[in-house]
Ligand binder design. Structure first.
Ligand SMILES: [Zn+2]
Ligand SMILES: [Zn+2]
Length: 167
């Protein structure tokens, strides 16, 4: 499969060829389900989002992870692919204060975010009281909610204790 993909998009491997951690079957299926062709940059980027050590990635985080894996995918391509993933509903983009935006795989479960303004650490939470209150408030104003995003900005515990590096 990969040989075909490589040929179809004219992708050339950097030398030495990095070992594949799996055969990308799952990533190929996920792309197809989202209506996207399985090109190598898309497969590589999806693989990082699905197997990375975190759930929220900036485009630069994805770019750095690709570099560390020996992959030759430029930052502009990373941005373009992430935007395509967003359009296909594969990922959600969060625009945080200060122009910082991150992407996370859309796993269909709603949650809100706490964002550290010093180190950009992100914590996910769901609070049913907050969720219900938002529905009540919307109803009171004649709205039915289609979506919402709640971001709480602050300083995480590690930064308060001086344990995190300033960005
Ligand atoms: Zn912090
Ligand atoms: Zn999240």
């Amino acid at each position: 499969m990969l040989a075909e993909v490589k040929r179809s998009i004219g992708y050339s491997w950097p030398a030495p060829v990095p070992p594949l951690s799996n055969d990308m079957t799952l990533e190929t299926q996920d792309l197809k389900k989202a209506g996207l062709k399985a090109t190598l940059p898309r497969l590589r980027i999806l693989h990082i989002l699905e197997t990375g050590d975190r759930r929220h990635f900036s485009a630069e985080d994805v770019y750095k992870a690709l570099l560390e894996a020996g992959e030759d995918v430029g930052l502009a391509t990373v941005y373009r692919v992430l935007t395509q993933f967003e359009g296909a509903g594969l990922v959600t983009r969060h625009h945080f204060e200060g122009g910082h935006s991150v992407f996370e795989l859309n796993q269909g479960t709603h949650h809100d975010h706490l964002v550290c303004v010093r180190c950009a650490r992100i914590v996910e939470f769901v609070d049913n009281v907050i969720e219900d209150r938002q529905v009540d408030i919307a109803h009171r104003h004649g709205f039915s909610i289609t979506d919402h995003a709640l971001y709480l900005y602050g300083v995480c515990q590690k930064c308060q204790e001086g344990q995190s590096r300033e960005p």
